[in-house]
Design a protein around this ligand. Sequence first.
Ligand SMILES: Nc1ncnc2c1ncn2[C@@H]1O[C@H](COP(=O)(O)OP(=O)(O)OP(=O)(O)O)[C@@H](O)[C@H]1O
Length: 248
Amino acid sequence: MPMPEPVIHIRNLTTRFGDRIILDQINLDIYPHEVTVILGGSGCGKTTLMKSITGLVTPEKGEIHIFGRPFTESDEKHYKETLERIGVLFQNGALLNSVTVKDNVAIPLEQHSHLDPELIEKSVAVKLQLVGLSHAMHLLPSELSGGMRKRAALARAIALDPEILFCDEPSAGLDPLSSAALDKLILTLKEQFNMSILVVTHELASIHRIADRIVFLDEGKILFTGTLEDAKSCGIDTVETFFETGSF
Ligand SMILES: Nc1ncnc2c1ncn2[C@@H]1O[C@H](COP(=O)(O)OP(=O)(O)OP(=O)(O)O)[C@@H](O)[C@H]1O
């Protein structure tokens, strides 16, 4: 079967901090309605890749097309419209501590939608129900467990019904049950909401549950891309060792 058009198409992406090249001429296609797991040792550039794609870091050179249109050199209107179709779950959750869970999830809708307050309230309630936090909507982030905080941050990341969702180490610091619950949610977002999802994680159990495709980064270059099954027997020592041992 021919591959569908990628939702993200990256060519020769180079990102540098000072005199250090972090991403070195990356070529990568991200396909729709799949979970793509970005793997690689600490400091290899996984977060920088996500930030380069989402405009949080400015690449030195290269092209990024999102939804079939150039993103790197787009005008302000197109740039903003594209970002509204993307959700990001940051590594630390990045919830505002001074407002309730419900108000945290409402923020993107208040800032980027034209919905009236009543519809915003309904939309927030739907998202909180989806992540299983209806009962916690009036709590402050500091009153939540780690797993609940991650789910609240996920509800906020999907507030605008994004077509692409980025999750940076969503299960870091979670116990196995909370981690599995989060993976289930990620699969629901892919299967029922048709999202294309990029996840940075190095937890083998999680990778086996969610990954359709693997992108393995090493020192700023892509060592392997392909399906999870292919990754396990790709003939590249670093990749195969990871799948055997769970460490880099
Ligand atoms: N804003 C920045 N300024 C300078 N250097 C940075 C900046 N952000 C990241 N780096 C450096 O770039 C390299 C890649 O960082 P990045 O966070 O992308 O790695 P990572 O693969 O996500 O690592 P980890 O798995 O440990 O989170 C690291 O050496 C880091 O110190």
